[in-house]
Design a protein. Structure first.
Length: 319
C-alpha cells in the first residue's frame, strides 16, 4: 500500500471521527425538530460548534452531587428567607442530599438550541442563560409544589416572584441571596461573592490598581447582551466574574471542553494510524461516538475477510 493511499485513509478517518461526534450531538440535543430553521442551522454546524452548544446546555443543569450549603449574610438577613422557610429548607435539603435540582430550574432548559429572533430582539435566545454564562450564577425557583411537567409551580400571582441566586461547585453550593426576575445585572450579587467568598474560585480577583467606576445595571445589561465581559470593583479591588462570555454568548469553558474532546478524537485517529492491521485492512470502517456523565468513548469497527469483527476503542473518563 502506497504512502498516498495510507495518508488518504488517515484523512478519511479524521473526517469520519468528527462526523460521528456531529451525529451524536445532533441526536442528543433537545430542540424543536419540526422547526426547519433550527434543523437547517444545526446541520450546518461543525463538530466543534455543536459541542459548544452541547456544553452550554449541560452547564445549565446542576449535576446531582451532595454539596455543603453555605449561606451569605445577605441571604440570612433577607426577610423572605423566614417567609419562605419551608420551601427553602426543601431546596437546601435537596442540594445537600445530591438530589436532582432540575425541577427548580427554568423550563428553558428543555431546549438546547433556539434560532435567534428577528428584529430588535435578534440577540434574545432562550437557550442562553447569560447571567450564568457571564457570572457563573444559577437561579432556582422557590417552591415545593410540582406542575404536571415536573417543574415546580411558578407563583406568578405573587409578584415579584422570589428566586434563589446561587453558585454551584462540585462539593459546595453558595446561596447568595433571594432575588427576583430582572435582577440579572445587579452589583449586589457580585458584592456578596467578592466580600464573602473572594478566594473560593467563584469570582476572580485581578492584580490591578486604580479600579474604574462600576457600570450601572443598564450598562451591564447592554454589555452582556453584546456577549462582552465587564469587570467589577469592590473596596478598592478589581474582580472579573467567573463565567467569562464568548462572542457567541456561551462560555470559554464550553469552547475549551470542545477543544479538549476533539483533541482526544485526533489522538484516537493517530492510534488507528499506528495500527498496521487497521490501516492495511481494505474494509470500510464504521465509527461511533458516545458520551455519558462519566466521560466519552470513540469506537471504530471493521470486518476482516474471515468475517471477524475487529473493534478498536478508546475512552476518556471524567471521574
Amino acid at each position: 500500500m502506497t504512502n498516498d493511499v495510507i495518508a488518504g485513509r488517515l484523512t478519511q478517518t479524521g473526517a469520519l471521527i468528527q462526523e460521528s461526534v456531529r451525529q451524536w450531538v445532533i441526536g442528543a440535543l433537545p430542540y424543536n425538530r419540526t422547526n426547519p430553521a433550527a434543523v437547517a442551522h444545526l446541520c450546518r454546524l461543525c463538530a466543534h460548534q455543536l459541542l459548544v452548544l452541547y456544553h452550554n446546555w449541560m452547564n445549565r443543569a446542576v449535576r446531582p452531587l451532595p454539596r455543603q450549603v453555605r449561606r451569605s449574610k445577605a441571604f440570612l438577613q433577607n426577610p423572605i428567607v423566614s417567609q419562605r422557610a419551608a420551601d427553602l429548607a426543601r431546596v437546601a435539603a435537596d442540594i445537600e442530599c445530591g438530589n436532582n435540582l432540575r425541577k427548580y430550574l427554568s423550563r428553558d432548559i428543555k431546549v438546547a438550541f433556539t434560532p435567534a429572533l428577528a428584529g430588535p430582539r435578534s440577540r434574545v435566545r432562550k437557550d442562553l442563560d447569560l447571567m450564568l454564562n457571564d457570572w457563573g450564577v444559577h437561579h432556582l425557583h422557590i417552591s415545593t409544589t410540582l406542575d404536571a411537567d415536573g417543574y415546580v409551580v411558578r407563583k406568578r400571582s405573587v409578584l415579584p416572584e422570589p428566586l434563589l441566586f446561587e453558585v454551584f461547585k462540585p462539593h459546595t453550593a453558595y446561596l447568595i441571596d433571594i432575588m427576583q426576575h430582572g435582577d440579572w445585572y445587579l452589583d449586589h450579587v457580585l458584592e456578596i461573592l467578592a466580600s464573602e467568598w473572594p478566594d473560593e474560585g467563584i469570582i476572580h480577583r485581578l492584580n490591578r490598581q486604580n479600579p474604574e467606576p462600576n457600570l450601572t445595571a443598564e450598562g451591564r445589561k447592554a454589555v452582556r447582551n453584546q456577549h462582552a465581559n465587564s469587570q467589577f470593583s469592590h473596596e478598592g479591588r478589581v474582580y472579573m466574574p467567573a463565567g467569562i462570555l464568548s462572542s457567541a454568548g456561551t462560555t470559554f469553558a464550553a469552547v475549551h471542553e470542545a477543544d479538549k474532546l476533539l483533541a482526544q478524537g485526533e489522538a484516537f485517529e493517530h492510534y488507528l494510524g499506528n495500527d498496521s492491521d487497521w490501516i492495511n485492512s481494505p474494509d470500510e470502517p464504521r465509527f461511533q461516538f458516545d458520551m455519558q456523565n462519566e466521560g466519552y468513548v470513540f469506537t471504530a469497527t471493521k470486518r476482516r475477510l474471515c468475517g471477524k469483527r475487529v473493534v478498536k476503542s478508546q475512552g476518556w473518563w471524567l471521574v
